[in-house]
Write a protein of this length. Structure first.
Length: 143
């Protein structure tokens, strides 16, 4: 029996009112998987903006706080004059660096119509320069 390969694409839109935030987007990605009808395959989720991230980790508020503190130590927002990029009139050089650290995308296996996660794994959208609309791509391929 030959099954046809399916392909599904959807954009998720976010407008975070603060500069930084971590949002659990697992339910939205699971809804996309349901809509796709794919039972076996791969799911790519990527931030389509250079100051945002998609990553997988635990949905625990203490960890998210620790990420925020850690990232701010590695690439502090202030002073904005410390970054050459900000000489272009921007104030978000730190957000570009935070995105680089946290990553652009994740790929999750699909098995039996479900995201094939390890224990505690969830998918997150990381926003590092919010206050405007940005999108995340969900691309699912499989059978």
């Amino acid at each position: 029996m030959i099954l046809a390969m399916k392909s599904y694409r959807k954009e998720l839109w976010f407008e975070v009112p603060s500069r930084r935030a971590f949002i659990n987007i697992t339910p939205q990605v699971e809804q996309c998987l349901k809509e796709s009808g794919v039972r076996e395959g791969l799911c790519l989720v990527n931030a389509m903006h250079i100051t945002a991230s998609v990553f997988i980790n635990d949905d625990e508020s203490g960890l998210h706080h620790d990420y925020d503190v850690w990232l701010e130590k590695l690439a502090p927002h202030e002073p904005v004059s410390a970054y050459r990029h900000n000489r272009t009139g921007e104030d978000n050089a730190d957000a570009h660096m935070k995105r680089q650290i946290m990553g652009r995308e994740v790929v999750v296996a699909i098995t039996g119509g479900k995201l094939d996660f390890g224990p505690w794994e969830q998918i997150f959208y990381g926003e590092f320069d919010g206050r405007r609309r940005k999108r995340v791509l969900v691309k699912i391929i499989g059978e």
